[in-house]
Design a protein around this ligand. Structure first.
Ligand SMILES: *Cc1c(COP(=O)(O)O)cnc(C)c1O
Length: 406
């Protein structure tokens, strides 16, 4: 397998300096751009002279110089030829899927996906006669069995939300390519840790709202793929990003550009602390699931695909069995121990906790939740890096003992 070092790749991208010698890039807030020679305008519209060809900028829903800097960070990190940033993770997912699928097409998806993605696949896309079969992400043969002549896409998260099941990306890529279809992967939970493009995925989507941004202060997304697919998305006549228009604002792009350089440090620290907390919970006998523990059913698969320097990620789950017990534990962890905050989302510098079945996965009907192994008392915890680790371990240990989980 080709060796890809995402941290080094990000360091090597062309640095963009600001006007007046600024060490940060300038924010190009112009919605439109002047052309010097009026004769070039028609050629820009024909796609002959746009910024993607090293030429002029046209209009900021198409390409914007500041957003382009971030596009370069993303494609360097991912090891993809190109990338396009979007206003949210959901718009990245929906535009990518709608570029690949039209009326009558079929998708095979992991059943363990973000609630919004599940709703898109199971409720919205069927209104456009695009149907999805859901399968267990950890069983590649299930994907194969569900493929029909109408299937255009295999969709999965590398680490499934919220049950932390791992999909075998190289095997799914081989399956997809043998069948002449595309593998689309959501790597929101595990940026840097996995490089799905290098593992064989055709399209990789991110919600940058989570770890990549890391400050829980914006909604943002990205699509990474080969140049042809990114230009298709930006096509003036049929590009889904161009015409549905989930454009990233250059101010949001600037904030993200300022945070990409310390993403490697942050991911390492999320992972280091999550592993230490998971180990201490496991020693106490608490029902903890974390891919860095040997007890995780897909620990070896995770290890075989990961970029080792970034660890096993910041997410762990504690199965409290009932919603009531999960709520009691969260309440102690937030209001007594000050271990973290009861909030949906993840990848923040403080720890965030939510009971997935009744929050971010509540779009998934109870019977499907049961099928995907989502217990009503499953507490998803995104481990932050504020405070001392010893203090955090002591807090969580006291709390799980208090509710009788250890
Ligand atoms: C949050 C999330 C999304 C949706 O992203 P937004 O930025 O909220 O639109 C998609 N996939 C996963 C795995 C997520 O966690």
């Amino acid at each position: 397998m080709q060796k890809h070092n995402p941290e080094q790749a990000m360091v090597k991208i062309r640095r963009e300096f600001g006007e007046h010698g600024g060490v940060t890039p300038s924010i190009a807030r112009s919605s439109t751009f002047t052309v010097v020679d009026p004769g070039t305008m028609p050629e820009i519209f024909e796609g002959l002279r746009g910024p993607e060809k090293g030429g002029c900028f046209l209009y900021s829903r198409h390409f914007n110089p500041t957003v382009d800097v971030l596009n370069r960070y993303l494609s360097a990190m991912e090891g993809s030829e190109a990338a396009v940033n979007t206003a949210s993770g959901m718009s990245a997912i929906s535009c990518a899927l709608l570029q690949l699928c039209v009326h009558g097409d079929h998708i095979v998806s992991s059943d363990t996906v973000y609630g919004g993605t599940h709703a898109l696949l199971s409720e919205l896309l069927p209104q456009m006669n695009i149907h999805t079969s859901f399968v267990d992400p950890s069983d590649t043969s299930g994907f194969e069995a569900a493929i029909t002549p109408k299937t255009k896409v295999i969709f999965t998260e590398v680490m499934g939300n919220p049950t932390l099941k791992i999909a075998d990306i190289p095997k799914l890529a081989k399956l997809a390519h043998d069948k002449g279809i595309k593998l689309v992967v959501d790597n929101t939970f595990t940026p840097l840790i996995f490089s799905p493009t290098v593992l064989g995925a055709d399209v990789v989507v991110y919600s940058m709202t989570k770890f990549i941004n890391g400050a829980s202060d914006m909604i943002a997304g990205a699509i990474c793929a080969d140049k042809d697919f990114i230009y298709e998305l930006m096509d003036l006549h049929t590009g889904r990003v161009m015409l549905f228009g989930p454009t990233m604002d250059p101010r949001a792009a600037f904030d993200l550009i300022q945070r990409m350089p310390h993403l490697p440090l942050r991911m390492q620290e999320h992972s280091r602390r999550a592993l230490a907390i998971a180990q201490s919970l496991e020693e106490l006998g608490a029902p903890v699931l974390y891919p860095g523990l040997k007890s995780h059913p897909h620990h070896e698969l995770f290890t075989s695909m990961m970029n080792k320097e970034f660890g096993y990620g910041g997410l762990l789950t504690l199965d409290c069995k009932t919603k009531e017990k999960a709520e009691k534990l969260m309440s102690i962890l937030q209001n007594k121990e000050e271990f973290g905050l009861i909030a949906v989302s993840l990848g923040y510098f403080d720890t965030l906790m939510s009971c997935s079945g009744s929050s971010t996965s509540s779009e998934i009907p109870p019977e499907d939740q049961e099928k995907m192994g989502l217990s009503p008392g499953l507490l998803r915890v995104s481990i932050g890096y504020t405070g001392s680790l010893d203090q955090r371990i002591a807090q969580v240990e006291r709390a799980v003992k208090k509710v009788g989980l250890a």
